[in-house]
Design a protein around this ligand. Structure first.
Ligand SMILES: *[C@@H]1O[C@H](CO)[C@@H](O)[C@H](O)[C@H]1NC(C)=O
Length: 185
């Protein structure tokens, strides 16, 4: 009797331990989860912002601030750069007044001003980069991407490059203190 009860409690604690381990592996940290819930609630894919969100706050108007451990780059179809502080205004199917995200196109970095999806979904995510809407497949944003810390010598935000310069030169070849030129639209 004592032995059986002992076995049961051992089994129960193993199950509890497994559940705790599994949930701690599967669950992103609280700010990241909160951010993902906020995106989902507006019909947006959670992969629009990368993993590693350390702080998240949003007000009643949908204005949010997401803090990353560091500025970083993620690879979708294009390279996308995130500043350590990404802000914007969430509404249904849309992030407006975006700051802190830029997308690379033809070796130039364009600040992303807004992001939207069609609802009901057409499977496309639109990045408003000022002159055009850059279209991406929605499927690219289903899970938050790993984000590689941006090399400090690039100064946080990648510099704009001249056409024909390989992106690796862009990131490694910018001398410290080099004035960052960003394409203004
Ligand atoms: C993040 O950026 C917003 C908008 O530029 C600014 O108001 C806010 O203070 C910044 N937060 C931090 C922690 O730097």
């Amino acid at each position: 009797m004592v032995l059986r009860r002992g076995r049961w409690s051992t089994a129960a604690s193993i199950v509890v331990a497994l559940v705790v381990v599994a949930s701690s592996v599967a669950e992103p940290p609280a700010p990241e989860r909160e951010m993902q819930e906020a995106l989902r609630a507006q019909g947006l894919p959670i992969g629009l912002l990368p993993r590693g969100v350390r702080g998240f706050k949003i007000d009643g108007e949908g204005r949010f601030e997401a803090l990353l451990a560091s500025a970083c780059n993620a690879q979708f179809e294009n390279e996308v750069h995130y500043d350590a502080n990404v802000t914007g205004t969430l509404s249904y199917g849309r992030i407006a007044s975006v700051s802190g995200i830029s997308a690379q196109e033809l070796f130039l970095w364009f600040p992303v001003k807004g992001i939207h999806v069609d609802l009901p979904s057409s499977g496309i995510v639109y990045f408003d980069v000022g002159v055009v809407f850059k279209r991406f497949s929605l499927s690219l944003f289903q899970t938050p991407p790993e984000c590689r810390a941006n090399p400090p010598e690039a100064g946080g935000t990648p510099a704009a490059a001249v056409d024909g310069v390989h992106p690796s030169l862009l990131l490694s070849g910018v001398p410290p203190g080099h004035p960052r030129s960003r394409l203004q639209i």
